[in-house]
Ligand binder design. Structure first.
Ligand code: UDX
Length: 465
């Protein structure tokens, strides 16, 4: 089929290339000319594993092209996927619908009769119906139809999630649109990927419900981490033990500094705001707690850093391992690592940030911090090392070798994925979120012995707002 994809961020660029790779003719459109110039040269404007290869093969096949003209996109083909951002409004919890509305307003007069608009952006429930009214006001009833097809891709795995999704969900008002989308995704459905066809509000809700569940799961284990810190227990063992229960499952139970990124935080806030509007605020009140558990973990890292440096970070050199909100991404939106780095800087620390891919984005966002292209440079002379993004590169560091670089071998493990025993055995003084060694046998092997801090029972209150 011939389709256009409007908005070429993480979602749209991968969807455009992915759909071309399964045989559709795709025109990607974006108002950002610099982004389009890169994509037209088969170069992604952001770091995403597998995307360069996918863009190259799709472009070479002649089935993928890009434009900055929404009018051209409106007249190209019969399906138009809306993939523009719906960020949080500054000073509010609600989602900003300006970009979605602007795309619809610009395209509506030019769309071919019988075209289908397919929303993929994460939106407040009721948006599809509102967009249908908006289009009908320009084109009259029954000329252009709006459907919803939420996207569940994760950054870092976006190509895999687009070509092999766990499920395909489509919301439509009528059967013709459903059949069109079933046909569109037929090659994926043939692989056995579940196809769930439903109404518009259910399809819109599936996305925010899924992200709310994931955020809740992470905050649940981080709430347990707080309890473990007070009780002298170990949250990583607790997570392993409860994760063996197949009803619970072990994924998304990794405790640490919490979730960030462009989706989970803003989606749970926007969902709550929409719930209030719908008179269902009480049902979603728990999401406020999910949000505050998450933010408290960031504050906890600051408090632990102060504690490890005798009460004040002022003038102390701190190496920050990681800037991206998660590994295999250069995205720093709402990154816990950047939050911690900036706060420590505000408190007077001399912060040096390393990240394998996100340094350019981080530097543009927080130019006041010092950045290092090599992890060894960040560690040089540091009094405290904080591990904040779980890149493989950090798990592969040799604790004995890097210990020679630092002034003080203090490690604060805020992602619970380093082999802390080997760091402690090498002589590092290791503190890990939600863990203590109270119930563990003493470790004899390393030169310094095991020196993992028992986390103090009191969490000093500090506002994060
Ligand atoms: C998320 C959803 O997973 C995806 O389905 C949706 O389409 C967009 O939002 P993404 O933002 O790419 O995807 O990241 P995700 O892998 O969900 O991780 C979000 C954050 O949670 C990261 O900061 C990650 O480090 C953190 N996380 C994840 C944890 O702290 N613990 C975990 O166990 C898992």
């Amino acid at each position: 089929m011939k389709i256009s994809v409007i908005g070429t961020g993480y979602l749209g660029a991968v969807h455009a290339a992915g759909m071309a790779s399964i045989g559709h003719d795709v025109l990607g459109a974006d108002i950002d000319a610099a982004k389009i110039a890169l994509l037209a040269g088969a170069r992604p404007p952001f770091f995403e594993p597998g995307l360069p290869e996918l863009l190259q093969s799709a472009t070479a096949s002649g089935r993928l092209a890009f434009t900055t003209s929404l009018r051209e996109a409106a007249t190209f083909g019969d399906l138009h996927f809306i993939c523009v951002g719906t960020p949080q409004i500054v000073g509010s919890d609600a989602a900003d619908m300006r970009f979605v509305n602007a795309v619809i307003d610009e395209m509506a007069p030019h769309l071919k009769p019988g075209s289908l608009i397919v929303g993929k952006s994460t939106v407040p429930v009721g948006t599809a119906a509102a967009l249908q009214r908006r289009i009908d006001a320009v084109r009259g009833p029954n000329v252009i139809e709006v459907a919803w097809n939420p996207e569940f891709l994760r950054e870092g795995f976006a190509v895999q999630d687009t070509l092999h999704p766990d499920r395909i969900v489509v919301g439509t008002a009528g059967t013709a649109a459903r059949e069109t989308l079933e046909q569109f995704y037929s090659s994926l459905i043939a692989q056995g990927i579940p196809f769930i066809a439903t109404d518009l509000p259910t399809a819109e809700l599936v996305k925010v419900a899924a992200n709310s569940f994931l955020a809740t799961k992470i905050s649940f284990i981080n709430a347990m981490a707080e309890v473990c810190e007070s009780a002298g227990a170990d949250v990583t063992t607790l997570a392993t033990a409860i994760g063996h229960d197949t009803r619970i499952g072990s994924r998304f139970l990794r405790s640490g500094v919490g979730f960030g990124g462009g989706c989970l935080g803003k989606d749970i806030r926007a969902f709550r705001a929409r719930g209030e509007e719908l008179g269902a605020g009480a049902a979603l009140g728990f999401l406020a707690e999910v949000d505050s558990v998450n933010m408290r973990r960031r504050v906890r890292v600051i408090d632990l850093a102060r504690g490890l440096l005798d009460g004040s970070v002022a003038g102390r050199r701190i190496a920050i391992l990681g800037a991206a909100f998660k590994p295999n991404s250069d995205d720093i939106r709402d990154s816990p690592a950047m939050w911690v780095a900036r706060r420590l800087h505000e408190l007077g620390a001399r912060v040096t940030v390393h990240d394998p891919e996100a340094i350019d984005n981080a530097q543009a966002y927080a130019p006041e911090l010092t950045y290092a292209r090599e992890v060894e440079t960040a560690l040089e002379g540091s009094h405290l090392t904080i591990h904040l993004t779980e890149w493989d590169q950090y798990a592969e560091l040799d604790p004995t070798a890097v210990m020679r670089l630092v002034d003080l071998p203090n490690l604060l493990e805020a992602r619970n994925c380093l082999d802390v025993e080997s760091w402690a055995a090498a002589g590092w003084h290791v503190t890990a979120l939600g863990r203590s060694l109270k119930n563990r046998p003493p470790h004899q092997s390393g030169p310094g012995g095991l020196s993992m801090t028992t986390i103090p029972t009191q969490i000093r209150g500090e506002q994060y707002a």
